[in-house]
Ligand binder design. Structure first.
Ligand code: ZN
Length: 62
């Protein structure tokens, strides 16, 4: 069997912008824990079965 190639690497960093306070921060793309805004504490991303669900605006993928 040919090993399937995963188009998106599991480990990547994203720059996200908080919807509440507009502060930008770099977050890990597959976080195992809830990520909160450094400035206001808003939940930015939460883990959902191996993937990370982002609850804010992704500015760019690094
Ligand atoms: Zn914030």
């Amino acid at each position: 069997m040919v090993k399937e190639l995963i188009p998106e690497p599991k480990s990547k960093f994203l720059k996200v912008k908080c919807l509440d306070c507009n502060s930008e921060q770099i977050v890990f793309g597959c976080a195992a824990t809830v990520i909160k805004c450094e400035a206001c504490g808003r939940v930015i991303a939460e883990p959902t079965g191996g993937k990370t669900r982002f609850k804010t605006k992704i500015v760019t993928v690094l």
